[in-house]
Design a binder for this molecule. Sequence first.
Ligand SMILES: CC(C)(COP(=O)(O)OP(=O)(O)OC[C@H]1O[C@@H](n2cnc3c(N)ncnc32)[C@H](O)[C@@H]1OP(=O)(O)O)[C@@H](O)C(=O)NCCC(=O)NCCS
Length: 152
Amino acid sequence: MAIGYERWQGEVADAATPLLALCRSIFPDFTDAYLLDRLTRLTDPMLWLVAEGGEWRGFKLGYRRGDDLLYSWLGGISPELRGQGVAAELMCRQHAEAAANGYRFVETRTRAANNPMILLNLRHGFHVAGFETDAQGIGVVIQRKALAPTQA
Ligand SMILES: CC(C)(COP(=O)(O)OP(=O)(O)OC[C@H]1O[C@@H](n2cnc3c(N)ncnc32)[C@H](O)[C@@H]1OP(=O)(O)O)[C@@H](O)C(=O)NCCC(=O)NCCS
């Protein structure tokens, strides 16, 4: 079945129910409040979706953290669609839109044990920019990418 990529154009709060279903299928032990508590408070949210046969199969959600910084907060691909370059394509679209909107940097935090996500970021121009331990004592790698400016 064909895979499509789309930018969510409405309020992100209106995407909460299908997004929650997607998060539950992507992240083991997902806590609904993790998404719902923040979803309505994001500044300039940018939500990109992957759809297949009318069903959402992946997403990438970022938001503004300063004049020139897009923070890429949460994302993932349904298990059955992994390893086919879908997350890579989603990231390219997110970065292209960010650059076109004047952002100069993208930053993200990933648990240190999440090799697939850290490698994907490295393959797409991110550098390691820091390391911290989160509230649960889990190591988190901070990665940052400078975006190439788009031509006017
Ligand atoms: C991380 C994740 C988004 C990758 O999605 P994906 O569509 O399978 O990734 P892609 O097929 O686009 O892979 C692109 C690159 O990422 C890296 N990568 C992806 N999966 C990998 C794996 N299992 N092991 C090692 N590297 C991996 C590779 O560099 C790969 O490029 P290559 O195939 O040329 O080697 C997916 O595994 C996922 O949804 N994981 C659970 C959710 C998550 O961890 N989200 C991030 C934290 S919010």
